[in-house]
Write a protein that binds this ligand. Structure first.
Ligand code: ACM
Ligand code: ZN
Length: 547
């Protein structure tokens, strides 16, 4: 079932689309995220049937991407390339910054310059957004307007890390839906997909050395019905049979993402959020179990036993296989919401605390430093594989090495603390960037969500820098990400509804400098973006279109 607000919203969108088809004639620079610099001049260039010239110095992937664009243009415009007057030149220029590009349109010439693959992809994306939407669907568009205005665009992203997360543990999304998710990201010039692959309610990645992780750990007996703070009722239906990715599927997704300029960062959340693994291998826990894959949401006290060497061995074996599958520089090791209760009572954990001479203080008990110990073990092990780690901001509660990148989710203050302590930081502030939160204040009018309130405008107004930050501190912020937790997200349609159109707002705060942002202009341009959503069959929330 499609998730929609109500009939009036659809009518409002129809009016908006109608209005937009005229607006786009008047202002063809309907591009999201807004480019850094745009100048439009008198005159226009029709690119239907254009001749493509590609600098041979570009990589194979880059040349393939340009050829793909040429093919889409041919199919959508119905005109064979080479038959028109225009020439599209793609030139490698080392003067252009990483991921940046320049486009110059003049008398029958379109010059695109970039220094890397992503820069070329983003130039193509910008051009596509100025053409009829059939450039996306590749369906013939009779009488389409294939002109670009004479213009000069110089563009580059504000942040190097532009992420979106997806939790596939609570609810599973197959690789076709994951690829669609990546397509949506690519349209918005995001470059990092954070794949949350394991949690209490399901283990979703094949690990050959530990087959029970997916055989047992992917299936929960049943699922909580309703909101976890209000309900004790279960649906009585097993969930998760076959809902995990084979290593071949993982490789397929990683390659697909790479073709879109997107790096995939896997997350194996540890030492908490591990009940699915405990259900498969109970000896990994402090008590030895038995455990069952969790059927409800929230935080459980059952976590990995960090005192046992065998647990560390298990994690290293799992991460070794993970490293083979993901070429990313970073591996996310979670670290959030790990209660210390079981460690306090566990002879193995207490012996490890003694052995390591860990002592508590007025802020943190010795058990917090036990979590720092496991974080350090993972960091050092992954360094031997050439990888760096990212962890949720709870990993600051203790002592960690400066090499660790902190993902700040509970509030900006944690990100600021991490920066002060010398860490790189990615901002995922839940009050502005949690896409599982409700999009309007009155959640009773929406499908079930975890709660909270993150409107499109709230996303758009998020700014990670503060007046007090020095330039060196600002440089520690690698970028911004939104999180998509899926406790209540039970279908593909609902997933798309939760990310769109908030993702469009996210893309502007990731890409544009604060002075380049303008919420009014953004809303106007959303009309054109919605036409892309519609053409590609993406479900999206309509709130911002209701006047
Ligand atoms: C989180 O939301 N537990 C990172
Ligand atoms: Zn233990």
């Amino acid at each position: 079932m499609k998730i929609t607000n109500h009939i009036f919203a659809l009518a409002a969108v129809a009016v908006m689309l109608f209005w937009c088809s005229f607006a786009s004639l008047a202002n063809s620079i309907n591009v999201i995220p807004q480019p850094s610099s745009v100048q439009v001049f008198d005159g226009e260039c029709n690119i239907a049937g254009a001749t493509f010239r590609i600098d041979k110095k570009f990589s194979k992937e880059t040349i393939a991407a340009v050829n793909g664009f040429a093919e889409s243009l041919k199919l959508a415009s119905g005109k064979k390339n080479g038959r028109g007057k225009a020439v599209l030149v793609f030139e490698l220029s080392n003067d252009i910054v990483k991921e940046g590009y320049a486009i110059e349109v003049s008398n029958n010439k379109v010059y695109v310059k970039a220094s890397d693959f992503n820069g070329v992809l983003y130039a193509i994306e910008t051009i596509k957004q100025m053409l009829p939407v059939e450039i996306y669907t590749k369906k013939p568009c009779d009488g389409g307007d294939w002109t670009l205005p004479y213009m000069r665009i110089e563009d580059h992203p504000r942040f190097a890390y532009r992420g979106l997360h997806l939790d596939v543990a609570r609810h599973f999304f197959d690789i076709d839906q994951v690829k669609k998710y990546l397509d949506i990201m690519a349209i918005h010039k995001l470059n990092t997909f954070h794949w949350h692959l394991t949690d209490d309610q399901g283990w979703r990645i094949e690990i050959k050395k530990y087959p029970l992780l997916t055989e047992v750990g992917s299936i929960r007996k049943e699922t909580l019905k309703g909101h976890f703070r209000r309900s004790k009722e279960f649906d009585g239906t097993p969930y998760g049979e076959g809902m995990w990715y084979t290593q071949d599927q993982i490789k397929e997704v990683v390659a697909y993402a790479a073709s879109k300029g997107i790096t995939v960062i896997p997350e194996i959340d540890l030492p908490g959020h591990m009940v699915a693994a405990l259900a498969a291998y109970p000896e990994l826990g402090c008590t030895g179990g038995p455990y069952e894959v969790w059927r409800t949401w929230g935080i459980t006290k059952d976590v990995l036993c960090v005192g046992k060497e065998s647990t560390i061995e298990f994690l290293k074996n799992v991460l070794s296989e993970v490293c083979e599958l993901f070429p990313s520089e970073y591996i996310h090791i979670g670290g959030d919401e790990c209660p210390k209760d079981k460690w306090k009572e566990c002879p193995h954990c207490q012996a490890k605390i003694k052995e390591l001479c860990l002592v508590g203080n007025e802020k943190y008990s010795a058990e917090y430093y036990l979590q720092s110990y496991i974080t350090r073990q993972m960091e050092e092990f992954l360094a031997t594989k050439g990888k760096k780690i990212i962890g949720w901001d709870e990993i600051l509660e203790g002592e960690i090495s400066k090499n660790v990148t902190v993902m700040s989710w509970r509030g900006n203050e944690h990100g600021l603390e991490a920066i002060k302590r010398g860490h790189d930081v990615i901002m995922v502030n839940k009050g502005s960037l949690y896409f599982d939160y409700c999009q309007i204040k009155d959640s009773s009018k929406e499908p079930l969500t975890i709660g909270g309130h993150v409107s499109v405008e709230k996303v758009y107004s998020y700014e990670p820098y503060t007046d007090e930050m020095t330039d060196a501190e600002k440089a520690r912020i690698l970028g911004i990400q939104a999180n998509m937790w899926t406790e209540y997200i039970t279908s593909n349609d609902y997933l798309e509804y939760m990310i769109l159109p908030r993702l469009s707002a996210l893309s502007e705060i990731q890409w544009c400098s604060p002075t380049g942002k303008d919420y009014g202009r953004f809303l106007e341009k959303m009309g054109a973006m919605v036409r892309i959503y519609e053409a590609l069959g993406y479900n999206y929330a309509k709130h911002i279109f209701i006047k």
